[in-house]
Design a protein around this ligand. Structure first.
Ligand code: UT7
Length: 332
């Protein structure tokens, strides 16, 4: 049975930088509060005239293909992770596929929020191990900014989220790459971090445009304290699960790339795993929380900085809406 290996990484973030100072002109917040609670200094927001989830995914994919010395033609399947697709349906995987000129190859959508990229990687890993596909484009892309309530009422979510896309090329290989992936969910907490509308189980009248405008159902709703408490526990559990499965110890991790939810969460995990600063990759300071795009953007940057060398053990871990949580252990 072949192994699957990540042979290329890429990312794209919109040009517009949104600083904490700018947010404080829109709502009652301030740089000190945001940095102290989240570690975020700035994030990117799209220009609706320029960026879509699909075209940001395509830009990230082209960077990943170039770095892997491959072209669009080599891709035989797409796995696209996003909770903010350009249309309510279809998902943005097909929009990106069209942009890349790959009409005809399959594209599957993964809607698992912050855990989406690891779920997507796991799906690609299984398709490659089964022999069904050889070169899979795995992308996480999100536009959160246009759904945020950018008034004081929405400040606990508006300051956290950002836009962007990241891509990985996963290819069949004789040598091990993705060692294992671990996927979990607990739907009892579905409403602790969610967007209700346009939900299909709403009464007909409530899904009509004029009615929807009067509701707050489109807004991201997050019970931050609950999410934080569960996140720190689940992150540790799922990382330990990956280590145990591969008979490894925390000392074997060369680089941890956590989902960029909150710098405090990353620092907590770092302390529990006794990792040095250079062993945990964080870029939330610059991009905020980009949901399914956060891990592949971080991986793409970490790789470009030379932090992922052949033979290194790289651990990915995520927690988010659902709740879902997941990890992947990779031999680079
Ligand atoms: O990526 C998916 C997973 N998501 C996460 O992992 C997020 C996890 N949760 C968090 O990171 C944190 O809960 C937050 C950063 C969202 C919030 O931090 P917190 O320490 O839980 O703050 P809080 O919501 O308990 O709010 C504390 C205070 C409140 O004021 P009072 O009631 O104490 O007077 C809020 O109204 O801070 C206030 N507040 C703000 N103040 C300034 C909330 N948001 C803001 C803001 N600026 N943006």
């Amino acid at each position: 049975m072949p192994y699957s290996k990540i042979v290329g990484l890429g990312h794209h973030v919109p040009d517009t930088v949104i600083t904490n100072e700018y947010l404080s002109t829109l709502m009652d917040t301030n740089d000190a509060w945001i940095v102290e609670r989240t570690g975020i200094k700035e994030r990117r927001w799209i220009d609706p005239a320029v960026d879509t989830v699909g075209n940001m995914g395509a830009k990230a994919a082209r960077m990943a293909l170039k770095r892997a010395n491959l072209t669009e033609k080599d891709v035989d399947f797409i796995v696209f992770a996003s909770i903010t697709s350009d249309y309510y349906f279809p998902g943005s995987g097909v929009i990106m596929q069209r942009e890349l000129g790959l009409e005809g190859i399959g594209a599957i959508e993964i809607k698992n929020a912050c855990s989406g990229f690891i779920y997507a990687l796991s799906v690609a890993d299984q398709f490659i191990k089964s022999g069904m596909y050889k070169t899979i484009l795995v992308v996480g892309g999100e536009i959160q900014s246009t759904a945020l309530d950018i008034t004081t009422r929405g400040r606990n979510t508006a300051v956290i989220f950002g836009d962007g896309a990241g891509a990985a090329i996963v290819q069949a290989s004789d040598k091990p790459g993705v060692l294992s992936t671990h996927l979990h969910a607990d739907g009892r907490f579905a409403e602790e971090l969610y967007v209700r509308d346009p939900g299909s189980s709403r009464p007909h009248a409530e899904r009509q445009a004029d009615q929807i405008l009067d509701t707050t159902g489109f807004k991201v709703v997050m019970n931050g304290n609950q999410v934080f408490k569960h996140a720190v526990v689940r992150f540790m559990e799922v990382i330990n699960e990956a280590l145990a499965k591969n008979n490894m110890k925390k000392e074997d991790i060369d680089l941890l790339v956590p989902h960029q939810a909150n710098l405090r969460i990353s620092q907590y995990i770092q302390e529990k795993l006794a990792l040095r600063d250079d062993q945990v990759y964080n870029n939330i300071m610059r991009y905020g929380n980009t949901t399914a795009a956060s891990i592949p953007i971080a991986m793409s940057e970490a790789w470009a900085e030379g932090k992922m060398q052949e033979g290194n053990i790289v651990c990915l871990a995520a927690f988010g809406s659902g709740f879902t949580w997941a990890s992947a252990l990779i031999k680079w």
